[in-house]
Design a binder for this molecule. Structure first.
Ligand code: ZN
Length: 114
């Protein structure tokens, strides 16, 4: 057969045909991170992979986040707040007095019943 060599690659046991899409570059997207010192880091990640929430800043080593206005680490720098401090943020002194008066009144009512 003069054309016998043409079908040589299709014999049993030969390598499967190559898919051209395997050779396309993987789609990537750019993700920016900011650290507390204002350093911006752009990384390229594969499009369908979830970007890590924190990336170590290559310039200063601090954790960097995707929100430029609120880089990670800032919350840790805040002084520890007591439960009372949080309550005082939510309620004014007047509201506190009212709640206290209400609680005392309820306590007295309960005691009065006995
Ligand atoms: Zn940095």
């Amino acid at each position: 057969m003069p054309n016998g060599h043409v079908i040589r690659g299709a014999r049993v046991g030969s390598a499967p045909p190559r898919h051209p899409e395997r050779h396309l570059p993987v789609p990537c997207r750019s993700v920016s991170y900011w650290c507390r010192n204002g350093h911006r880091t752009d990384i390229r990640i594969v499009a369908d992979v979830t970007a890590p929430t924190v990336w170590d800043c290559p310039r200063c080593g601090l954790p960097a986040g995707q929100d430029a206005q609120d880089p990670p680490g800032r919350t840790r720098a805040e002084p520890y707040k007591t439960h009372l401090a949080y309550v005082k943020e939510r309620r004014t002194d007047a509201e506190g007095e009212a709640i206290l008066a209400e609680a005392l009144a309820a306590l007295r009512r309960r005691r009065g019943r006995r």
